[in-house]
Design a protein around this ligand. Sequence first.
Ligand code: AMP
Ligand code: GLY
Length: 423
Amino acid sequence: MNVLVVGSGGREHALSWKLAQSPKVDKVYIAPGNSGCAEVGECVDIDVGNLRNLVRWARDHEIGFIVPGSEVYYVDGIVDAFKDSGIPIFGPSKSAAELEGSKSFAKGLMRRHGIPTADYAEFEQFEPAMRYLDSRSEGPVVVKADGLCAGKGVVVCQNLDEAKAAVKRIMADGEFGSAGSRVIIEELLRGQEVTILALTDGKTIAPLASSQDHKAAFDGDTGPNTGGMGAYSPAPVMTEELMDEVVEKILISTVHGMNEEGRRFRGLLYAGLMLTGGGPKVLEYNVRFGDPETQPIMMRLKSDLFELLDATVRGKLSEQTIEWYDDPAVCVVLAAGGYPGTYEKGTVISGLDSAAKRPDTVVFHAGAKLNHQKQVLTDGGRVLGVTSRGKDIRTAIENAYRAVGDISFEGMRYRTDIGKKAL
Ligand code: AMP
Ligand code: GLY
């Protein structure tokens, strides 16, 4: 069967890498893909935003299964667009994707179904939001724009002045456009963050291995938030007991809550959690695989990814068991100088061949592309995700950083403490 992966990041490279290993998959197409995707399949330069064209293209190329990567496609209704095409597509419908597309909907769902999350207030107008902040006692709060902002719509504020400035930027200055026409102001939660990904067909919930992202730009979790500077799996803080609690109080309630509200969720449910003194609480939901969490998770997945995704779409997830390699995996993101601010593109990357020769290591490409001479050039902020397994987390970290040492490009920057929290 031919499979189409839609997207171009490190997550999409990792998913297509794993899908290409399935005996049931003949060929993986990636639209638009990147230089790494081109090693495991065929990249196709089509306008993936034009859903009608995409459906036609998929029919013409005998695509038998589709895996969109980013939330943007789901929120735009890619699954609905393929509904009558006869081509199975992985992931939630537009109405179920609201879980990520609107923080207001997500918080409301949690409130309605008793799912643990930070206390919050919601505003559609600037003045009441400011008055609310004035009425609060001094202290940290988190301000969030309602809609999709490519991970940039959340501002952790240490005091009320910072919070007012954030509300002003989002609501009055319109920094995020219509995504900021509503804001959530919520209590700051403290603890360790973990990511729990789970496949669900709306009936069965199959959690994947736990992982931890590193969102801050610099070592020691300092600097601005990024899309993620690295990740590891499993997260040792996530004990079996805690996992049972998360399944019980968060995943089951979420999937049931969505069913009850007529928005059956099928696909990959991403729960971003804070492990607080009062138990695990939801920071955010995403409706797709995490990036960069997917890179170490795919390195650890022993089962056939295609079979799992296909069973999810067919409502047959209960028939699957998911097998893992015990060895932990670590992904170190190599970013362009300046990221998450402005950065250059188009510089030549060297050392990829030596890194790829290292055992238990895969360099997943993200913002990287091939030029006509088949050189790999930087093409984004997060450029590569160097991912290694090891017999324990320490060895996995060493393996990944050894491979990082092989690679260089002008301005290359990375965190040197990925995985340290797991030691
Ligand atoms: P989100 O996009 O909602 O995951 O927010 C991005 C990041 O902001 C999270 O990964 C957390 O690090 C942080 N964050 C969001 N909400 C809170 C909260 N209520 N308390 C503390 N940190 C938060
Ligand atoms: N790693 C964060 C995300 O995928 O949203």
